[in-house]
Unconditional design. Structure first.
Length: 90
């Protein structure tokens, strides 16, 4: 009987932690952005996409809504657009 009770308790713990881990995407995106800003990171983008979407050269920095979506981090996006030079000049 003690073994059955212990096994039941062990199976319940992962279920509880999984339920607590499901966050709204906008909330998690805001938290990640705050951490990046606190570290002094500039010129980055955070995008929320479906979990099946191709990340390309972006890095997955979080999952949300029960693992159905992911948050992608890409650095230098804004800087690359503003610093683009014309060929033959500069």
């Amino acid at each position: 009987m003690k073994i059955l009770l212990a096994v039941g308790a062990m199976m319940l713990v992962p279920a509880c932690s999984h339920a607590q881990g499901a966050k709204a995407c906008e909330e998690l995106k805001t938290e990640i952005a705050a951490k990046l800003d606190a570290k002094g990171v500039k010129n980055y983008t955070l995008d929320i996409v479906a979990k099946d979407a191709d990340a390309g050269d972006a890095k997955v920095v979080g999952t949300c809504e029960g693992g159905t979506k992911k948050i992608l981090y890409k650095r230098g996006e804004a800087a690359a657009k503003g610093e683009k030079k014309e060929p033959g000049k500069g």
